[in-house]
Ligand binder design. Structure first.
Ligand code: GGG
Length: 354
């Protein structure tokens, strides 16, 4: 991954647990960071508000103060999960979608890697690079009544600028990996204008004058999204870096998580050129909220990814190694991985190894 390391006296991290199990797993990520001691600069945490639950209490899902503190007082952030309802709620809009736009976190980078004996099937080591700011997530939806019933429409935005920068991000990530392969995921056989522009723009990235041949050693492939899902389940080993528009990337990364044992293992970062926000791929999981059994490993891994992006490789590797050892050892796991341990028992097991 890219990193924007600068010499820092302290590392100011915004913590936004938001809804549901986000409030149980973000403290785990915080403890993993604290356990690193002098491998990273002195930590300064800012607890920040956002979420649907906040909206139901206050009428605001993303307070201006949260955005301002992130923009002016933080070097990075960790976001938990949000439980937006599946129906339209007047005045409500998803805070995570808004935050990604506000902070211009244009890449959602989701590594999906199998570890140890808990994993059934074939080894998986891939990264989904999801465009994070446009596609259907611009949320321009309208509904009108017609003679034959209601008619709903949504705008799908794909720009050359966003496709080019996510393409460069995907190529940069591939450069740092052994296989050095980028697969563009699209549906331009049907959506020839929108997905066509995404595909065509990314195909042209290696020839851009400003990249000066840097990506010459990266193999470029492409795949229609439906066939990509099929092949992902049958032969996940063929994929290295998959770059996709927002909606396909969201779906693909959850699907890929099924191949490595649990969504509770898969981390991500939302990355821009100036800021990075770690976020587990899983949602707020209302079915297990408050039971003390949420898997904290995706959040701890997200903290590691965030650190790596900031340039603190040692700290990141120590967290990753400890998490992998706990998974491989296999006796302290939460129920989503077939274990019987609680969130806090898993956190303690990781911290002992860090
Ligand atoms: N941490 C990922 C997460 O919260 N996933 C659920 C999600 O993205 N929901 C969209 C929303 O609730 O607005």
């Amino acid at each position: 991954l890219r990193s924007f390391s600068t010499a820092r006296q302290s590392l100011r991290i915004g913590l936004i647990p938001a809804d549901g199990i986000g409030r149980e797993v973000i403290p785990a990520a915080k403890r993993a960071l604290e356990a690193l001691g002098s491998d990273i600069p002195r930590l300064e945490f800012h607890e920040l508000l956002a979420g649907f639950e906040l909206f139901t209490r206050t009428g605001t899902a993303l307070p201006d103060e949260t955005v301002q503190i992130l923009k002016t007082g933080c070097d990075a952030a960790l976001f938990g999960a949000v439980s937006s309802p599946s129906r339209k709620v007047a005045g409500y809009s998803s805070p995570i979608v808004a935050l990604r736009k506000e902070l211009d976190l244009y890449a959602n980078i989701r590594p999906v890697v199998s570890v140890g004996r808990n994993v059934g099937g074939k080894p998986v080591d891939l990264v989904v690079v999801r465009e994070n700011t446009e596609c259907l997530y611009v949320k321009q939806e309208t509904i009108v009544r017609t003679e034959s019933g209601r008619e709903a429409r949504a705008t799908r935005l794909i720009t050359e600028r966003a496709s080019r920068r996510i393409g460069k991000m995907a190529f940069d990530i591939a450069l740092g990996r052994p296989r050095k392969q980028v697969t563009i995921i699209h549906k331009s056989n049907v959506l020839s204008i929108t997905d066509g522009l995404f595909r065509e723009t990314i195909r042209a990235v290696p020839d851009l004058p400003e990249v000066a041949g840097r990506y010459a050693g990266v193999a470029l492939a492409e795949q229609i999204v439906d066939s990509a899902v099929y092949r992902l389940f049958r032969e996940p080993e063929i994929y290295d870096v998959m770059v996709a528009p927002n909606l396909y990337g969201d779906i693909l990364s959850d699907a890929a998580a099924a191949l490595v044992g649990s969504l509770g293992l898969v981390p991500s970062i939302n990355a821009g050129d100036e800021f990075v926000m770690g976020e587990p791929v899983h949602g707020s999981a209302p079915d297990i909220e408050g039971k003390g059994i949420a898997n904290p490993l995706a959040s701890m891994r997200s903290a590691a990814l965030m650190l790596r992006h900031l340039g603190y490789e040692n700290g990141a590797s120590r967290i990753d190694k400890a998490v992998n050892e706990v998974i491989e050892e296999g006796s302290v796991l939460t129920p989503d991985l077939g274990g019987r341990s609680s969130t806090s028992e898993v956190v303690d097991a990781v911290l002992r190894r860090i």
